[in-house]
Design a protein around this ligand. Sequence first.
Ligand SMILES: Cc1ncc(C[n+]2csc(CCOP(=O)(O)OP(=O)(O)O)c2C)c(N)n1
Ligand SMILES: [Mg+2]
Length: 430
Amino acid sequence: MTVESTAARKPRRSAGSKTGTTRTTAQSADAPAADAPPTAAKRVTAKRAATKKPAAKPVVKAVAKPAGTGTDPDLVQLLTPEGRRVENAAYDPYVAALTSDDLRGLYRDMVLTRRFDAEATALQRQGELGLWASLLGQEAAQIGSGRATRPDDYVFPTYREHGVAWCRDVDPTNLLGMFRGVNNGGWDPNSNNFHLYTIVIGSQTLHATGYAMGVAKDGADSAVIAYFGDGASSQGDVAESFTFASVYNAPVVFFCQNNQWAISEPTERQTRVPLYQRAQGYGFPGVRVDGNDVLAVLAVTKWALERARRGEGPTLVEAFTYRMGDHTTSDDASRYRHDDERVAWEAKDPIARLRTYLEASNHADEGFFAELEAESESLGRRVREVVRAMPDPDPFAMFEHTYADGHALVDEERAQFAAYQASFTDVEGA
Ligand SMILES: Cc1ncc(C[n+]2csc(CCOP(=O)(O)OP(=O)(O)O)c2C)c(N)n1
Ligand SMILES: [Mg+2]
């Protein structure tokens, strides 16, 4: 279901969208054909959309949502855990144009992201980082969705989106400064349309929705994607975002990585219904995709982003995946979950299944895997070198940016800190 209101934006077409015209969807009887020309109600100028308030009584229409495949009709899957390609008439068109090169590219993205992540975890164990939040197991959810975005789309991540950052061309070493405690972010969000990592759970969904409303007012041909977790889905911020995005028809994709855990709380403590079904109550479509299947995630996210670009409003994508590691390096998951759960998910590993498919369908040979191994090694080396060479910040810099014109209390704290620092004695040769 979705809410069509007079606040609907000027219909926009995705210039780079090759798949938009070939998409097939399971239509319900009264649903507008997703590929049909925009209705008169939607044919408003960007200016009008910017000035008009939403209609008091929006017309609620059913929205076509392509269905899943396989044994679970609710789960969209194109590649089984065994690496077998399964057909899905609705979503196949979104990956039909992928070449062998593209498929190898997705594999390379996942392998290098996993390698970078493992290196960061090791660096934390060696005392080089204060903390690290590993994405282990979530590579397909992140690479599939990240590769579905266009450069002009805007991405709002949590603190775990290292794979999405990779797709947005953020140098991975830039992700580490904050975790080493030497800067407050490490990259310019406007350079890659990739916002800074957000620790306050769910808050970035509000930022994304507001940003998307702005994109709509500009009449721009781009979309916004907000990442969040299963735990975040319980936050009021997320509920408010869903409401605003729905009634303002904002071009935003809510991408929930349901990795089954919010630190030590399982998803059962967040919801009584599958998370993707929440969208229905807000009046926009929700889709559950196999989050360990990079092809399915790519297809579903493309579909959702293209809906947003066409002015058809928000979508909730629930990527059903698993956090294979601890919540962060400060956590010990063995205290609250059984190992057999992780072992069961290892059998659905996103990288292994794509490798099986690539080999079985002759998209990649031994040479490719060997070269990638060498590339992984050199990425690991570079990450270690760059992190260790990061200069320590001036300890007094933290007092600089609290008030533009200074403040007596901050001055007092700075003086106290100076006295504390001076109390240390450097021991020769220590
Ligand atoms: C508003 C807020 N409440 C609590 C926390 C503490 N906290 C940090 S991560 C986390 C769990 C988040 O779980 P989920 O949304 O599933 O994301 P995941 O870590 O699994 O990727 C919590 C409660 C926080 N950072 N912000
Ligand atoms: Mg979670």
